[in-house]
Design a protein around this ligand. Structure first.
Ligand code: SIN
Length: 555
C-alpha cells in the first residue's frame, strides 16, 4: 500500500490534471462506508468516498428488518444460518463465500455496534432477535423495530466523518478508467458540472442495486445500477442479474419508493390473506416462494394486491414505530385493518463477479454489496442477509487491499468462471442509434417520461412472473428507450437524469438477456413458460456488452 498523502479529490477549483486517491470507494451504503472506515482504521491515508447524493442517501438507509447473524450460539448455529441461506439461494450460492458470510458476520455486527450503531435489546440487555422468512431460527438483529438501515447509515456516516477517509457528496461517477489492463480510476461528474478524471490505485464499486428499473420498487430514486452499467461499458460481464428479488409485502399505495411492511411482521405472526380472507401460503417460506404465491393469488382474485393481517401482532406501535407511522399516514390501523400489499422490486442478487475478497477479474477493481455477485445470494437472497454481505465483504476488500493484494484469485464465485460447466457467457447485442448525441433535435419526450415508460415495461414484462413473450415485449420497450436516449439533447437535460437513464438501459438489457436465456424457474426468476427448475440450468450466466453509451457531458 502506498503511503500517499490524503486524497486530492475535490481540491481547489480550477485544479488541472487528474486528481488522485489511494483507494476510491464509489457509493456510500453499508459496503462502501464500512470498507472506507476499515481502510482508514488500518492507516490508509488516501481514502476517498464518492457518492452522487448525500452520504446517508443510499439504499441502506431504507433497509428495515435487520441483519441476520448468529450473535449467540445457545439456540442457534452458523451451520443453521448457512443451511437456510443455501436453501433460499435455490442451488446457486457459492458455498465457500456463504460460509464466510455466516461465520464472519457476527464479528462484523459486533464491530458495527462498536462504531456506535444502537440495536434493540431485551430487558436484560441481550440483542433482540427476530424471525424472518426462510430462517429456521430468530436471528435477525434490528434497530428501532424495523428502521435498521437508517441506524446503520447514521452510525457509519458518523464513523466515516470522524475517520481520515474523505467523503465527497454530489460526485456522480460516470465510467471506469482502464489502463494497461487494470482499473486506474474513474471519470466523474463533479458538483460544479465539470468532468474530472480521478486516478486511484484501487477502486471499490459499492454502488448498490437497480430497483429503479421497475415502476414499483422499494429502492430510492438513486438505485439505477450505475456500477453495473459502467462495468459493462468497460467490457466486463455481469452474473446472476436475472435474479431480481421482489419483496412480497410492500404496502400497496401509490408512494415511491413503496413503503415496506417488514418481513419481521410475518415473523411475529402476521398472515397473508386473499381478498376473500383465505390464507394461501406459509408466510415464512423464503421470499421467492411467498412472492410467487402472491402473484398466483392476485391472478386468481383478478386484483393487484393481497392483504396482510397483522392484527395479532401485539404492541405494534411500540415495536414497529416507523411502520405504524407509515400506516397512519395513509389512514390504516394495523390493529384493525388488513393491510393491502403487493410484491415490489427490492434487490438484485447479481452483479460484478468477485472472489472471496471482493476482487473482480480486472486488477485494481473491487466490488462489494448489492453491486457485486459474491455468490452468497444465489438465485434468491435470504431475508436480512444483505446488510450482512455489505459488512463482511466490504471489510474483506479493505483488508485485502491493505495486505497488498492487487488482483483476483481463483476463489469463491469467481473460481467458477474457469470451470466451463457451471458458467455460460452470453452477450447483449448493441443497438443501432443507441449513442446519445451531445446535441441534436429536441426529443418530444423528456428523460423522465422515457424512464417511467421503461420502468412500466419492466414491471409488466420482467416482473415476478416472466415468459418469452413478456420479455420480448420488454425488450422492444428497452430498444425504444435506447433510441429515445439517442435523440435527447444532452445540453438541455439534467446530466444526472440522462446518465441514470443510460445506465438503466444498459443494465436493463443485461437483465433481459440473462432472463431470456434462463429457460427455467429458479429462485427469484419465474418463467410461466418454463415453470420448473432444470438441472441443466444450475449454472451462472455472465452477460457482457453495453447497449447504450453515455452522453457527452460536462465542461
Ligand atoms: C424486511 O424487513 O422485510 C426487509 C429485509 C430484507 O430485505 O432483507
Amino acid at each position: 500500500m502506498s503511503d500517499a498523502p490524503g486524497p486530492e479529490v475535490g481540491g481547489a477549483p480550477g485544479a488541472t490534471g487528474p486528481r488522485r486517491a489511494d483507494v476510491l470507494v464509489v457509493g456510500s451504503g453499508v459496503a462502501g462506508c464500512f470498507a472506507a472506515v476499515r481502510l482508514a482504521a488500518r492507516g490508509v491515508a488516501g481514502v476517498a468516498v464518492l457518492t452522487k447524493g448525500r452520504l446517508e442517501d443510499s439504499t441502506t438507509q431504507w433497509a428495515q428488518g435487520g441483519i441476520a447473524a448468529v450473535m449467540s450460539d445457545r439456540t442457534d448455529s452458523t451451520e443453521s444460518h448457512l443451511a437456510d441461506t443455501l436453501r433460499a439461494g435455490a442451488g446457486l450460492c457459492d458455498e465457500s463465500a456463504t460460509r464466510i458470510l455466516v461465520e464472519e458476520g457476527p464479528e462484523r455486527v459486533a464491530e458495527l455496534i462498536g462504531l456506535g450503531a444502537v440495536f434493540d435489546r431485551t430487558a436484560d440487555g441481550e440483542l433482540e432477535r427476530a424471525l424472518e422468512g426462510g430462517h429456521s431460527r430468530p436471528r435477525v438483529v434490528h434497530a428501532a423495530g424495523a428502521a435498521t438501515g437508517a441506524e446503520v447509515a447514521r452510525a457509519l456516516g458518523a464513523a466515516l466523518r470522524e475517520s481520515v477517509a474523505a467523503a465527497y457528496e454530489g460526485w456522480m461517477v460516470l465510467d471506469l478508467v482502464v489502463e494497461h489492463g487494470r482499473c486506474a480510476g474513474v471519470v466523474a461528474l463533479a458538483p460544479d458540472g465539470t468532468v474530472e478524471r480521478v486516478l486511484a490505485r484501487h477502486v471499490l464499486l459499492a454502488t448498490g442495486g437497480a430497483g429503479q428499473l421497475f415502476a414499483v420498487t422499494t429502492n430510492p430514486p438513486g438505485a439505477t445500477g450505475d456500477g453495473a452499467a459502467m462495468a459493462l461499458r468497460a467490457g466486463l460481464g455481469l452474473t446472476d442479474v436475472e435474479f431480481v428479488q421482489f419483496h412480497p409485502t410492500a404496502l400497496h399505495v401509490p408512494a415511491l419508493p413503496r413503503p415496506l411492511l417488514s418481513e419481521a411482521l410475518r415473523g411475529e405472526g402476521a398472515v397473508l390473506r386473499g381478498l376473500g380472507g383465505e390464507r394461501f401460503v406459509d408466510e415464512l417460506e423464503p421470499r421467492y416462494v411467498v412472492s410467487r404465491a402472491i402473484a398466483a393469488q392476485m391472478a386468481a382474485d383478478g386484483t393487484d394486491h393481497v392483504l396482510l393481517d397483522a392484527t395479532s401482532v401485539d404492541d405494534f406501535a411500540e415495536r414497529f414505530p416507523s411502520l405504524a407511522k407509515a400506516l397512519g399516514e395513509v389512514g390504516l390501523d394495523p390493529a384493525r385493518d388488513w393491510l393491502p400489499v403487493a410484491p415490489a422490486a427490492h434487490y438484485i442478487s447479481g452483479g460484478l463477479l468477485t472472489d472471496l475478497d471482493g476482487a473482480t477479474v480486472l486488477p485494481g477493481l473491487w466490488a462489494a454489496g448489492e453491486a457485486a455477485c459474491s455468490g452468497v445470494q444465489g438465485a434468491n437472497r435470504l431475508a436480512s442477509n444483505s446488510l450482512l454481505e455489505g459488512l463482511v465483504f466490504g471489510r474483506r476488500v479493505a483488508d485485502a487491499i491493505c495486505d497488498g493484494r492487487e488482483g483476483p484469485e481463483p476463489t469463491g464465485a469467481l473460481a467458477a468462471r474457469d470451470a466451463p460447466a457451471p458458467f455460460v457467457a452470453v452477450r447483449a447485442l448493441a443497438l443501432e442509434g443507441a449513442r446519445p448525441r451531445p446535441s441534436g433535435p429536441a426529443s418530444k419526450i423528456t428523460v423522465l417520461e422515457a424512464r417511467r415508460s421503461l420502468q412500466r415495461s419492466f414491471s409488466e414484462g420482467a416482473g415476478v412472473v416472466r415468459s418469452a413473450a413478456s420479455l420480448a415485449a420488454t425488450r422492444r420497450a428497452l430498444d425504444q428507450a435506447a433510441r429515445v436516449l439517442g435523440t435527447l439533447d444532452a445540453s438541455s437535460c439534467a446530466p444526472r437524469e440522462l446518465v441514470e437513464l443510460a445506465n438503466l438501459v444498459t443494465l436493463g438489457s443485461a437483465v433481459l438477456t440473462a432472463a431470456e436465456h434462463r429457460e427455467e424457474s429458479r429462485g427469484a426468476h419465474v418463467r410461466s413458460d418454463f415453470p420448473d427448475e432444470r438441472e441443466a440450468f444450475r449454472r451462472r450466466f455472465e452477460v457482457s456488452g453495453a447497449v447504450a453509451a453515455l452522453p457527452v457531458l460536462g465542461r
